[in-house]
Design a protein around this ligand. Sequence first.
Ligand code: AMP
Ligand code: MG
Length: 523
Amino acid sequence: MRPLVFDNRFVAELPGDPESANTRRQVLGAAWSRVAPTPVAAPRLLAWSKEVASLLDLDESDVRDPLFAEVFAGNRLIAGMDPIASNYGGHQFGVWAGQLGDGRAISLGEVVNRRGERWELQLKGAGPTPYSRHADGRAVLRSSVREFLCSEAMHHLGIPTTRALSLIATGEPVVRDMFYDGRPAPEPGAIVCRVAPSFIRLGHFELPAARGDRALLERLVDFTIDRDFPHLVAAHPADPVERRAAWFMEVCERTAVTIAHWMRVGFVHGVMNTDNLSVLGLTIDYGPYGWLDDFDPDFTPNTTDAQGRRYRYANQPAVGQWNLSRFGAALAPLFPDTAPLEAGLERYADVYTGTHRALTASKLGWRAWHDGDELLARELFELLHRGEIDHTLFFRALAEVDPGSPSLAPFADAFYRDAARERVAGELLAWLVRWGARVARDGEPAVLRRARMNAVNPRYVLRNYLAQQAIDAAEAGDPGPLAELLDVMRRPYDDQPGREPYAARRPEWARHRPGCAMLSCSS
Ligand code: AMP
Ligand code: MG
């Protein structure tokens, strides 16, 4: 395996924990703690992303080198790596939770590639850290497969996300109480190497703010702007308050855009705690996430959230803004007044609304969003809900409908239940007639319209049942289906002949099966 060039700025420029023992503790006045990954018994490479490898200037020969699996399972360090766990807090389910930190993530360092891009490498499941609290620092294969696949699937959908380089089986069991019902059982363990320009979360700023540690808060803010938002330093060279205000605004904008894309593809994050929101607006921390099958605005894949449904599909835009309001409150001591923070939160709402409307217009085949489109769009979503119609299949099939003489034929596969179909068939046809008239008003050639629709309405999304089938095979020792599924997800907007089953609606067996319908946080 060829060497990598590291430039570990997070460690070099931010204060670290003077204590070096790997014991659980509160870490004050420091952004990180040095901690070595705990070696595992028998690393075995199960999957890797060639696109992410190439971001690191690695190719297949590097990945096939036995050293690769050793390094990315945490058994060996290579020159330049300086492993740490970072320190952050967060609001979990709306409640301040205090110090959380990287309890099972260990950053190996920041690679600078040949193009000068910075990519931090982080092992998830590499053993305990000072932030592990009562847990073991490990990850099970099923959740690691889900994180690996979804990171890459989201990227190929064009949605900001952390990436995944590798998935390595550890050869060691991990005990989990999967259903939280007092029946803990051993499961195969695994480690994902995730990759991003920055793993800084909103919760990184909330923790020093909550502790009244203004010095650390200020250093973290200025470090983040300097390393991860260098264009803002160039744009506001003289005035740090102005620069920080522009930064807050940009974090709000990025978060709004990412969440608008989640809504576009029917992605439900499942655990939008402030420690799981990236300051770069990347989708991060793939846990009990899910995808809409039949359109249901109240859908949450997370059993832990089933009561309050705080993180349900339709609530994601509001939760994004609430999280940013917590982030803004943490930053308030650095501003003479709250006007820039209020402006950022308003900007969030404007950017979200604008992006969501533009994307919805594209999904529906309209050139742009016009005043008066709201009602037609709202009526559709209400019909999708009442008709229990598959979100992905509906929009993909809509491109096949002739706006001049609509029919329901293209939607044959999009219904889950005959009774629900009958309930809405007449209304849906009437809606399609009005949709057709709206399309006609744009006066655009059909080929152009269809191309635009198919560029935002994926044919393939990583439905939970698909991921679960890959998990079942991987647990039985066959990583083939996992590689195949990753390959399908590389081109989610293309019709891929022979791969129609990957575009099918959720089968009945998956409606209630754990891992397919509902997921717990146990991972
Ligand atoms: P999450 O909401 O799953 O992102 O995790 C919240 C906090 O719990 C973070 O500080 C994680 O690092 C920590 N955590 C989750 N699972 C484990 C685990 N198995 N071992 C140690 N820490 C964990
Ligand atoms: Mg997390």
